[in-house]
Design a protein. Structure first.
Length: 248
């Protein structure tokens, strides 16, 4: 192990390890309103400090903080800012692929978190409009009861989805079966290998009532708003950035 890693191991020992990160995720609130410390005129927000304290306490078996944890956490947050400043001075975000990926991931996480916070406060009318516009998301899939006469193909009793029939009969045969009227049958295969498959009953897909689908609607709405937030950011950023692609 190199001397650099030994030094880093000592710095990160104990409570400090819970709050020492190379990538800083943007705070969801304006940090200057409740700064706990300042580094080169840049604030460290109280929310970051409280989150770090919670992380340290969570690492303790007792779940509580020690007497010197608060001062240690502040100092580690200051160290983090100093290291990040130096990493930027050295151009590590431009040169180190891992850091670049971490920064991009952190920015996406920030955009998603902010969009989810906004979507969580959505009015009932917004959720209802989303449900009506995205009805296809909340439909129960069609189901079928089928039987193979002669027992040539093992088909379980009970209701099956189209994809389950496809797994047993293959794509072409499954398409023919689900298009049958209830009680009708088709012959699959030829000669001695041929066998009859009958559609006993079908239950077409139906829209789940909005009250039953409430949890699914909220989850889909949050996901849609999060995806839209990332797309909108990138569209705006592209319009306001100087982007040039050299021809191959």
């Amino acid at each position: 192990m190199s001397r650099a890693w030994l030094l880093a191991g000592g710095m990160l020992a104990g409570a400090a390890i819970a709050v020492f990160y190379i990538v800083r995720t943007p705070d969801a609130v304006e940090p200057t309103a409740d700064a706990i410390a300042w580094v080169n005129e840049r604030p460290i927000s109280r929310s970051s400090y409280e989150n770090a304290l919670q992380a340290v306490a969570g690492d303790r078996k007792s779940g509580t903080l020690r007497q010197d944890d608060r001062e240690r956490v502040i100092q580690r947050l200051i160290d983090q800012e100093l290291l990040i400043d130096r990493a930027i001075e050295l151009g590590l975000p431009e040169r180190d692929p891992q850091i670049r990926n971490q920064l991009a991931t952190a920015m996406i996480a920030f955009l998603v978190r902010r969009a989810e916070d906004e979507a969580t406060a959505a009015e009932e009318a917004e959720l209802r409009a989303f449900y009506e516009d995205q009805r296809f998301r909340f439909e129960r899939s069609a189901q079928y009861r089928v039987a193979a006469e002669g027992g040539a193909v093992p088909l379980p009793d009970g209701w099956l989805l189209a994809k389950e029939i496809e797994q047993r009969l293959g794509p072409s045969a499954a398409r023919q079966v689900i298009e049958l009227e209830a009680g009708a049958s088709i012959v699959i295969g030829e000669g001695a290998a041929g066998h009859t498959v009958r559609l006993l009953e079908r239950r077409d897909g139906v829209l789940v009532p909005s009250d039953e689908a409430r949890d699914a609607v909220e989850a889909a709405y949050l996901r849609a708003r999060s995806e839209a937030a990332v797309r909108e950011f990138l569209e705006v950023a592209r319009r306001h950035s100087d982007i040039r692609v050299e021809a191959e």
